[in-house]
Design a protein around this ligand. Structure first.
Ligand code: UDP
Ligand code: MG
Length: 136
């Protein structure tokens, strides 16, 4: 049995704008995740740049940060045994056209940039990302 973990999930602007946040949260809950904390916020471009700093050398960095700050997002702490990997699995591949049937990105993603959800990629990064949005 894997360890109880927490991971950071973000419902991105394209999904919030289409009112998909409840449906996406339901998918997490139905897959055994506990939503420990959640808030709907809009971040600034400079906050998005900090959050996605790991991608700062990538050609898509500026567009990505403009996009994440373009409208409301829902940020959540999800908890479950093996939550980091389990979330990556239920999210699906970065490019929705490559995501498996039944995943969130396959279901709701529009394109590689408007792919509806973010999820931490390791336990270590999950801690950093959770602390970024939920400092107290
Ligand atoms: N992204 C993009 N173009 C690319 C690759 C990534 O716009 O060619 C965006 C996409 O929204 C993705 C985010 O940058 O979710 C972060 O990229 P990463 O490779 O970390 O993918 P993820 O971990 O979100 O699957
Ligand atoms: Mg990533």
């Amino acid at each position: 049995m894997s360890d109880l973990e927490q991971t950071l999930s973000i419902i991105k602007p394209d999904a919030v704008q289409r009112n998909l946040d409840l449906q996406i949260k339901e998918i997490f809950v139905n897959n055994g995740f506990k939503i420990v904390r959640e808030k709907k916020i809009q971040i600034t471009k400079s906050e998005a740049e900090q959050f996605y700093k790991v991608h700062e050398t990538k050609p898509f960095y500026s567009d990505l940060c403009n996009y994440l700050s373009s409208g409301p997002i829902v940020v959540m702490i999800l908890e479950k045994n093996g939550a980091v990997l389990a979330n990556r699995e239920i999210m699906g591949a970065t490019n929705p056209s490559e995501a498996k049937e039944g995943t969130i990105r396959k279901k709701f993603g529009i394109s590689i940039d408007k792919n509806s959800v973010h999820g931490s990629d390791s336990v270590e990064n999950a801690k950093i990302e959770i602390n970024f949005f939920f400092k107290d």
